[in-house]
Structures are given as structure tokens and as C-alpha cells.
Design a protein around this ligand. Structure first.
Ligand code: PFF
Length: 460
């Protein structure tokens, strides 16, 4: 198919709002509500937040701009976008690594989405007290049939939206869920910060204190920035390829950054002050809870507060919406690669993605029960897929994008795409500086640190 024919027949978002809400829907996910608060709690509160903000406005911004511009320029998902600039082996590798990342992430993301759905269902049944039990979470994930069932329901929700198409599925789902999510986030955050004793938590989270700074604050903030903005997983190429030429890439990406950071900060305000207010002298210990903060610590907080059931429902509903819009974007990125590269129909690609989700996701969901005796490099399946995608493949994928821009597209070529809408490229100098001198070195630092972390040499 010629490029112009492809451009004509390619699906698109209806306009700026469609792009912004779908991309914000992708960015705002479990990363914001589950991962960001536990990292902020663990790695220094205010100082973590400050460093995170600097990274979002510099590296995050540069990566968002790079990937969406490449997608819109070539009207292709990552493999085709790299091929557009030459068919070298390195280029093919760069394209495929960006394309494969979401195929590894979406199955286990649906498993965690299933856990969220199960908690939501339990709050609806009034189980606020039993969910707060010390081993409620472990008991739940050890029940293979139950986790598998909720995982399948969550995966089906994702695939159904994908089958409905780009505008009627992906865009419409985000337009409905994102505004509700913002309102729910404000409700829970306001409730949490107004509890007696919560102010200590607000101060810890918002006021930078150099005493809490460590090298890990930088490494974890940088890794979180990638995760949260949905960089290096093919999504932004794909969504960029659905963006119309008259939409301003720069203005809409600034809005996406704003949305994503707003929800991360609200999630911090929902969770950290609540931990201070409801866990009394155990606050410091609970802040270190890590990944279990959302599934173990928060239910205890809900149980000890007034309106626990209502707040529990509101909180998990918001997490459910956030997780669903993100898993839709991960699945859409995979579907688009199959459509472009294997020339499959949308229906065929969606079914194939559904099969991949069920296959790999089942390994992850059964990894805590029926398959718990199998480990890879000492990790259960879910942790292994998370490590492989986030710690190894995503940094390599991001480096490939930077190399493509510097070597083939050129910074001027990229600027031409950004200004194609007729508006100036305001942060061009910052963008060029980051791409030329900083991006590759910084990303390499994350790669090395996270691999060393996984092998226990350092602790992030
Ligand atoms: N950016 C989304 C989030 O913060 O949850 C989506 C996402 C990011 C999914 C990274 C998975 C992932 F590994």
C-alpha cells in the first residue's frame, strides 16, 4: 500500500480532545495509583516528588514528543515507523523491541486489573472488614480459580473495547472513564487529607527534605517516569499514528503530562496521608510496604475509617478505570502492529491479542498458586514479565528511539513534524539538548541500575 493510501485508510482520533483523553487514559494507570505512591513513600516523599517532576518535564517530555511525532510522521506502529527510515537489521530490532514490550506487559497488567476488580466486587459485597485481614491478599491470590476468573473478565473488557475500534472503542471509553476518574480522585484525596493526623503525611509527601535523598531516589523516579508516561512500549507511536495533522503535538502532550502528574499527585495525597492518619505509630513501617501498599495497607486503612465501604468502592472503581484505559492502550498497540506488519484484519488481530493475553496472563495468574513452584531467575511469572519488559526491554527500546531520531530522522526532521500543525515548537531548545546530550546516557543508567537491582547487587 502506498503511504498516502495507508494514511487515508488509517483510523484516527476525532481531534485534540480524543487524542489527549486516550493518551492520558493510557498514561494514567496502575503506575500512578499503585506504583507512584509506594515509591514516593519509600524513597523520600517530597524530594522524590520534586525529582520526579523535573524528569517528567525534561526526559518524559522529550520521549513523549519523539514517539508521537514518529508515529504521526510515518502513520505506522513502531515496526513500520522504524522501517520507514531504512531496512537495516538495527532498525528492525529497534522497531520490534518497541512493539513486543506491550505484548509482554498487557497479559500481566490484566492479571493485576483482575485483582482490582475482585477487590471492587468484594467492597460491593460489604467485605470491608475481611479484606483488612493480615492474609486476605495472600489468601486471594493463592486461589487459582478466583484470580483466573477475574483476570478473564478484565481481559474481556479490554478486548471488547478494542473490537469496537479506535474512535468508537478506545476514544469513547477514555472520554467516559477519564472525567469520572478525575472526580473520584479528588473525592478520595480530599477525604484522605482532611482526616485527623493526615497533615503529617501531606507534609512528608509535598515538602522536599534533603535528609530523605538517596541515589535510589533518582533511579526510581526516572524509572517511574517511563512507566507512568507509557513511554517505550509502542503506545505513543501507535496513538501518534492516529493523530490528525492539524493537532498540535506539543500542546496535547503537555496536557497529557499534566493529567498524568495530577493523578499521580492525587494518588499520593489519597494514600500517604491516609497511612499517617490511620496507622499511628506504624506509619513509618507501613510507608515501606512497597507493592503491597494498595492491596494490603489501604484495605486496613479503609477498615479503620468512617465510610470505609463507600471509600473502598470509590477507590477501587477509580483504580479499575485507570487500569482499564491503560490496558486498552497496551492492547491497541499490539493490535496495530499485527494489522500493519502481518496485514491481519482488526478482528483477527484482536483475537490474536486475546489469545496472547490469555496464554501469558494465565501463567502470571497461576504463578501465585498452581504454578508457584516454577520460578525464572528466582522470580514468579508476573515479576519476571515485569522485570523483562520494564527493566530490560523498555530502556533498550527508548535508546533505539533516540538513536533513530539522532541518526536518521534528525532533530530538524522531527521539528518539522512537530510544527506541521502550523504552531511553533516552543520547547525545541530543551528538546534538542536532552536528545543530543542526556537521554541515551540517562536511560543506560536506568538499564544498568534496574538489572543490578534485580540481581540483588543494589536495592531500588
Ligand atoms: N502508563 C500506564 C501506567 O502507569 O500504569 C500503563 C503502563 C505502564 C502499563 C507501564 C504497564 C507498564 F509496564
Amino acid at each position: 500500500m502506498t503511504q498516502s493510501a495507508n494514511a487515508k485508510s488509517r483510523a484516527s482520533f476525532s481531534g485534540t480532545l480524543g487524542y489527549v483523553l486516550a493518551t492520558a487514559g493510557s498514561a494514567v494507570g496502575l503506575g500512578n495509583i499503585w506504583r507512584f505512591p509506594y515509591l514516593a513513600a519509600k524513597y523520600g516523599g517530597g524530594i522524590f516528588l520534586l525529582i520526579y517532576l523535573v524528569f517528567v518535564l525534561t526526559f518524559g517530555y522529550a520521549l513523549l514528543m519523539s514517539e508521537t511525532s514518529l508515529g504521526r510522521m510515518t502513520r505506522k506502529s513502531p515496526v513500520g515507523a522504524f522501517k520507514h527510515f531504512g531496512k537495516s537489521r538495527a532498525g528492525q530490532f529497534g522497531g520490534w523491541i518497541n512493539a513486543i514490550v506491550p505484548m509482554i506487559i498487557v497479559p500481566y497488567y490484566c492479571v493485576i486489573g483482575g485483582w482490582v476488580l475482585r477487590y471492587l466486587a468484594a467492597y460491593f459485597q460489604g467485605a470491608v472488614h475481611s479484606l483488612a485481614g493480615d492474609d486476605a491478599f495472600t489468601t486471594f491470590i493463592s486461589n487459582g480459580a478466583s484470580v483466573e476468573l477475574f483476570f478473564i473478565i478484565f481481559a474481556l473488557c479490554t478486548i471488547i473495547v478494542i473490537l469496537l475500534g479506535v474512535q468508537s472503542g478506545v476514544e469513547r471509553a477514555s472520554k467516559i472513564m477519564m472525567p469520572i476518574l478525575v472526580v473520584l480522585a479528588f473525592v478520595v484525596a480530599i477525604y484522605s487529607v482532611t482526616r485527623p493526623g493526615a497533615m503529617e503525611g501531606v507534609k512528608y509527601f509535598l515538602i522536599p527534605n534533603l535528609k530523605h535523598f538517596s541515589w535510589m531516589t533518582i533511579v526510581s523516579a526516572l524509572g517511574q517516569m517511563f512507566y507512568s508516561l507509557s513511554c517505550a512500549m509502542g503506545i505513543l507511536y501507535t496513538y501518534g499514528s492516529y493523530m490528525k495533522k492539524d493537532v498540535s503535538i506539543e500542546a496535547s502532550n503537555s496536557q497529557v503530562e499534566f493529567f498524568d502528574t495530577l493523578i499521580a499527585v492525587l494518588a499520593g495525597l489519597m494514600i500517604i496521608p491516609a497511612v499517617f492518619a490511620f496507622s499511628g505509630s506504624n506509619a513509618a513501617e507501613n510507608l515501606q510496604a512497597g507493592p503491597s501498599l494498595m492491596f494490603i495497607t489501604m484495605p486496613k486503612v479503609f477498615d479503620s475509617m468512617g465510610f470505609g465501604t463507600v471509600i473502598g468502592i470509590t477507590f477501587f472503581l477509580l483504580v479499575f478505570f485507570a487500569a482499564l484505559t491503560s490496558s486498552i492502550s497496551l492492547a491497541e498497540s499490539c493490535v496495530s502492529t499485527f494489522e500493519d506488519e502481518l496485514h491481519m484484519s482488526r478482528l483477527g488481530s484482536s483475537v490474536l491479542v486475546g489469545v496472547i493475553i490469555l496464554g501469558l496472563g494465565t501463567l502470571s495468574s497461576l504463578g501465585f498458586n498452581a504454578l508457584s513452584n516454577i520460578t525464572i531467575l528466582g522470580m514468579d511469572f508476573l515479576d519476571f514479565f515485569d522485570f523483562l519488559s520494564n527493566s530490560v526491554m523498555m530502556p533498550i527500546a527508548a535508546i533505539a528511539t533516540c538513536v533513530l531520531i539522532l541518526k536518521k530522522v534528525t532533530l530538524d526532521g522531527l521539528a518539522a513534524e512537530v510544527t506541521a500543525c502550523g504552531k511553533p515548537f516552543k520547547r525545541r531548545k530543551v528538546y534538542n539538548f536532552i536528545m543530543k546530550y542526556l537521554a541515551i546516557a540517562f536511560i543506560a543508567v536506568i538499564l544498568v541500575s534496574s538489572v543490578l537491582n534485580a540481581f540483588g547487587v543494589i536495592h531500588i
